[in-house]
Design a protein around this ligand. Structure first.
Ligand SMILES: Cc1ncc(COP(=O)(O)O)c(C=O)c1O
Length: 501
């Protein structure tokens, strides 16, 4: 039994929750009251297929995770200044999934805390300050990370980018500077990083770190060409900096074959610092930074104690251990490979069938469908992507659209996602793409002289996000604006828009 009706919940939220905290589907938000596996249920018991919650990694409300939390909570929860076996056992298990030199852990509570600490480690170790980040990257909500997240600071206009931040092109071989037809995109994108370093050094700047997600998620489901990280690491090391791999979204076996996304680059690549979050605790707020002994010792040499009240508490570590156990016991990496390959395959069929599908890319259960208005020009189909996610919601499927143009349908479901789920969502997408293409065709015919027109028109009942996507947006100063989970109606064809708060 709910305490409040949906309308009351919404009212109270408006009154007491900060206006910049957004809801999915602002025009008709969903109230979720329970979830299980890859399904979420609203207050009326309606079931939604969840294609977006990578936090509920081993499935929503997994009973083993719940039990691990309850058992440990009943016994003890305290800070890491006391010796406790859960902390060391978890650190041992976690580091066993990583290359040998990544052996020292710092436990924190969110992806942002992890990345902020990673910056501190990098700066202390290198004695440098500047950071190279990828275009469209998002690394967290705290001040230090907004500074290195073009996804956010680009919305602030010219003043958004600080002088110590250097932005490298996103290694996107579909839409980026060097594409799939380039003979060595990995080398070309890495050379850009080398040029950035040289230019920065000429201006007296010193590079502390290069930070990148192992695959860019908010940036549009980008999979860097293999070999790119190795080359970048070489240049960054030469400049005295370190390589930070942000695995907050993509780690813990999501890519199927490997436990970590950076391993897709090849066995010869090992980052200096890895940051983790979201899936690590299956919804429980915990996260971690893993680094080398050398970097950890340089950090320790500062003489400051690192203390974090909640980081590494026995309950969090018990939950972390349960998540690792479930990934193994339920062969979720195997499932990510099998279902991921299948989903990728049936989405590629859609690409052959629909001119709106420009690119389908992904690994394991991390997949992006790049929608375009024009196959040749690769013009992002932003309004169409927004239309599709709104229509999918009506069909009880939760999907998001993201990337710099918010035209990339983004799959990152709980790892228990099944073949049936894949078929269901792709069938629905197929229908919606067909409708959209037919409507576009009919609109084109309608614009012909009347004696050449067909009768079909675009829907005019306001149900189409294509028509209604001006709602909730207001102008700001000339930059493309975005919102992490992509549920506001905004079109890149209106470049000065921001979600109204
Ligand atoms: C790649 C990446 N890094 C870091 C963060 C920040 O994590 P949190 O929201 O847990 O602070 C996010 C959050 O979306 C993220 O996507």
């Amino acid at each position: 039994m709910e305490m409040y009706s949906k309308a009351e919940t919404l009212e109270l939220r408006k009154k007491h929750i900060g206006p910049s905290c957004k809801v999915f589907f602002a025009k008709d938000p969903i109230k979720i009251v329970r979830a299980h596996g890859q399904y979420m249920f609203d207050e009326n018991g309606e079931k939604y297929l969840d294609c977006i919650n990578n936090v509920a990694h081993v499935g929503h409300s997994h009973p083993d995770v719940v039990m691990a939390a309850v058992k440990q909570m009943e016994l003890l929860n305290t800070n890491s200044r006391f010796l406790h076996d859960n902390l060391v056992q978890y650190a041992k298990r976690l580091t066993a999934t990583l290359p040998e030199k990544l052996s020292v852990c710092y436990f924190v509570n969110s992806g942002s805390e992890a990345n902020d600490l990673a910056l501190r480690l990098a700066r202390q170790y290198s004695g440098h300050y500047d950071v190279i980040t990828l275009d469209h990257a998002y690394h967290g909500h705290v001040t230090s990370l907004i500074d290195i997240s073009p996804y956010k600071f680009n919305q602030l206009g010219k003043e958004g980018k600080k002088d110590f931040v250097h932005v490298a092109p996103s290694p996107d071989i579909y839409r980026g500077k060097y594409r799939e037809d380039h003979e060595d995109p990995a080398g070309a994108y890495a050379d850009d990083v080398r040029n950035i370093i040289e230019k920065a050094q000429k201006n007296g700047c010193k590079i502390a770190a290069f930070i990148a997600e192992s695959m860019q998620s908010c940036g549009g489901q980008i999979i860097p060409p293999a070999g790119y990280f190795q080359k970048v690491a070489e240049f960054v090391h030469k400049a005295g900096g370190v390589f930070i791999a942000d695995e907050v979204q993509v780690g813990f076996g999501r890519v199927g074959k490997y436990f970590w996304g950076f391993q897709l680059q090849g066995e010869d690549f090992v980052p200096d610092i890895v940051t983790m979050g979201k899936p690590i605790g299956n919804g429980h707020p915990m996260s971690c930074v893993v680094t080398t002994r050398e970097i950890a010792e340089a950090f320790g040499a500062l003489g400051l104690e690192y203390f974090n009240t909640f980081g590494g508490n026995p309950v969090s570590c018990a939950i972390g251990l349960a998540v690792l156990d479930i990934i193994e016991k339920e062969d979720l990496q195997g499932n990510a490979t099998r279902v991921g390959n299948y989903l990728l395959g049936i989405l590629k069929e859609q690409q052959k069938k629909h001119s709106l599908v420009g690119d389908v890319r992904g690994v394991g259960l991390f997949i992006g469908v790049d929608l375009v208005k024009d196959q040749q020009k690769r013009t992002p189909a932003t309004a169409e992507a927004q239309h599709i996610i709104y229509k999918l919601k009506e069909r009880r499927i939760l999907l998001s659209a993201d990337g710099p143009y918010r035209n990339v349908l983004k799959f990152k479901p709980p790892m228990c996602f099944s073949m049936e789920d894949a078929n269901f969502v792709v069938d629905q997408i197929d229908e919606l793409l067909t409708d959209l293409e037919e409507a576009t065709l009919s609109k084109a015919k309608n614009s012909l002289p009347t004696n050449m027109q067909s009768k079909r028109k675009l829907p005019t009942d306001g149900s189409s996000q294509l028509e209604s996507n001006n709602e909730n947006i207001s102008p700001i100063n000339g930059t493309i604006c975005r919102h992490e989970n992509g549920f506001s109606g905004e079109s890149h064809t209106m470049p000065c828009k921001r979600i109204r708060t």
